[in-house]
Design a protein around this ligand. Structure first.
Ligand code: ATP
Ligand code: MG
Ligand code: MG
Length: 588
């Protein structure tokens, strides 16, 4: 098709289309509503929704809600919200549970075809049938496998009607368990239905005591929604055979052909190093946890670890709600996925690569502002009435981003504490007694004359004079904020949560991870100040965009970092989140 070259018009995704080049492309994104989406899901969303969009097709959002023990309402809302934030709109929102009646009928049909049976074997026994712990032993079927069709029908109805407790009965597909030549464990009589103990379902209520498995549900729901291309991650590669097998038994697909019925293809997962994506682990960070340490003398010590982050959207996490709150533009994430490309290989990415993608996007999209994180006051003693001015400063000195603001300049300015030294060495190019420094956007440099300290030795005030003659020395320039119009803000800077670069290798079982926490994962500047221009940016936007929009205020704080206004901010209590540093070497 025409249009710019994209990840969809070449390589792996192009071949997937060419394997089934239909007019009406229908895809789906099928999350299990049992947690918040993470950065890996951004790839799955971009692939499935993007593929449909590229081919003028449609993409469903299908909540794969077949596990009532793990699902919660809040996840449903958040998933849809994040998809919209990424710029996609589902063609239809569906639920696997919409199909529970039909799935049940098809299960009976499968039994009637002698392709499924009710089995009462224990988990251990089933493992033995499947060749033991390493799956290499001889495989065999149990007596239930040979039971008459009518008996399985009766037992399956008994399962449905509540005769069995969880674990006492399964519907198993009669695949190739007993064929010694079948090497794919996905073909060794997988369960199709199970009895669930806590079986109240958020949509079907108490109607069902049995629930279909992923392997039974997914391909059938794909077929019922007329999905043409069903793309998932490579851990489902072995499942492709069972996906096709089941649809063939139900006459939905034809062996060795992709003409009829949905086609499953698998792409590589995205993972970013240094990030924790496992729900269980993030939960420990969010809620805190109690660990039990066994001492050598056999006694057990309990140690409680307090919460490490403020919630699932804490900007230090890599859930999509967290990345959004941190200020990462949705488009930057999509660009990142595009840059990486889509193949069937696992994509393990350095987090610095993600950051550089984000930086590249921000660089050409957000205005500049002057922010001082740790302010110290400078009084320009010979500042004259006519020096008082409003300087017009463009949002982007290179002109790429339209707009400008008026920056007030008067006798007193704040500069950052790190831009002043009591004693300068020869290489030092910022402010110091008898040394001049330029103030960004101001016509003349200033030279420090003296300074004052409090009883702790902390500098409280610097006196300076105008130093136009220093222009000839080509001084360095620093950011500053006018004291009379400064807006106080709280600025948060973020670093990795763990000291190690590979937190997934930490000890997550017995709590060893707690010893590796980075005490500086969040640095808060309570007394930061920013130029009044932020207020006009605020006026152009709505505060608290209620989560679903991408209308965050982002800017480059010159010489500092990229920031956004946190969603919790109010008119008089503005909180800033650092999105990324300005350069890679400052990232850690
Ligand atoms: P997790 O256990 O990490 O939450 P999951 O696979 O259980 O992941 P689902 O809700 O089932 O999560 O995922 C919905 C879709 O997102 C699936 O098609 C899955 O393959 C895809 N997906 C999940 N994790 C990744 C990842 N890291 N990279 C790319 N796609 C992913
Ligand atoms: Mg899953
Ligand atoms: Mg999962």
């Amino acid at each position: 098709s025409a249009g710019p070259v994209s990840v969809f018009s070449e390589g792996w995704l192009k071949r997937v289309y060419e394997e089934k080049p239909v007019k009406n492309v229908r895809s789906r994104f099928p999350p299990e509503p049992n947690g918040f989406l993470h950065i890996g899901h951004a790839k799955a969303i971009a692939v499935n929704f993007g593929f449909a969009k590229h081919h003028n097709g449609v993409c469903f959002l299908r909540y794969d809600d077949t596990n009532p023990e793990k699902e919660e309402e809040k996840y449903f809302t958040s998933i849809l919200d994040i998809i919209r934030w990424l710029g996609f709109e589902p063609y239809k929102i569906t639920y696997s549970s919409d199909n529970f009646d039909r799935l049940y009928e098809l299960a009976e049909e499968l039994i009637q075809k002698d392709k499924a049976y009710v089995c009462h074997c224990s988990r251990e026994e089933v493992n033995r049938q499947r060749g033991g712990p390493d799956n290499r032993g001889a495989r065999y079927g149990c007596d239930h496998r040979k039971r008459p069709i009518e008996e399985s029908i009766t037992e399956f109805r008994a399962m449905r009607d509540g005769k069995y407790q969880a674990g006492e009965a399964y519907l198993r597909m009669k695949q190739s368990l007993t064929d010694p030549k079948e090497g794919n464990p996905q073909m060794w009589d997988l369960p199709a239905y199970r009895v669930v103990k806590e079986n109240h379902h958020h949509r079907t209520g108490d109607k069902w005591k049995i629930y279909p498995t992923y392997d039974f549900t997914h391909c059938i729901c794909d077929a019922m929604e007329d999905i043409s291309h069903s793309m998932c991650t490579t851990e489902f590669q072995q499942s492709r055979i069972s996906y096709d097998w089941l649809l063939e038994q139900l006459d939905i697909k034809v062996p060795k052909s992709e003409e009829k019925g949905p086609m499953q293809r698998e792409f590589g997962r995205l993972s970013v190093n240094g990030t924790i994506l496992s729900k269980r682990r993030i939960l420990m960070l969010v809620e805190g946890t109690t660990i039990e340490k066994k001492n050598e003398d056999g006694t057990v010590e309990k140690k409680s670890i307090p919460p490490v982050v403020r919630g699932w959207d804490d900007p230090r996490l890599f859930t999509l709600v967290a990345l959004r709150r941190r200020g990462i533009p949705a488009q930057a994430l999509l660009n990142f996925v595009e840059e990486l490309g889509v193949t069937d290989a696992l994509t393990e990415i350095q987090s610095s690569r993600l950051e550089s993608s984000i930086r590249k996007h921000l660089e050409r999209t957000v205005p500049r502002q002057m922010l001082v994180l740790d302010p110290v006051k400078v009084i320009i003693e010979d500042f004259a009435a006519e020096d008082d001015q409003e300087i017009t400063v463009p949002y982007d000195p290179k002109g790429g981003i339209p707009g400008e603001r008026k920056v007030k300049f008067s006798k007193e300015v704040y500069i950052d504490r790190t831009d002043f030294r009591e004693v300068a060495d020869a290489d030092y190019r910022r402010l110091s007694p008898n040394k001049a420094v330029g103030l960004l956007n101001v016509a003349f440099p200033i030279r420090a004359t003296s300074f004052e300290k409090d009883e702790n030795g902390k500098i409280t005030e610097i006196k300076a004079v105008k130093a136009p003659e220093a222009l000839a020395e080509k001084p360095a320039y620093i950011q500053w904020v006018d004291v009379t119009t400064a807006v106080p803000v709280t600025a948060r800077q973020y670093n990795s949560l763990f000291k190690t670069e590979s937190p997934n290798t930490l000890d997550w079982k017995t709590g060893g991870w707690a010893d590796d926490l980075n005490p500086n994962s969040e640095i808060v500047f309570e007394n930061a100040v920013i130029e009044r221009g932020l207020k006009s940016l605020l006026k152009e936007h709505t505060l608290n965009p209620n989560g679903s929009s991408d209308d965050l205020i982002r800017f480059q704080a010159v010489r500092t970092a990229y920031f956004c206004v946190d969603v919790d901010s109010t008119e008089d209590n503005i909180v800033l989140n650092q999105i990324v540093s300005l350069r890679e070497d400052k990232a850690k």
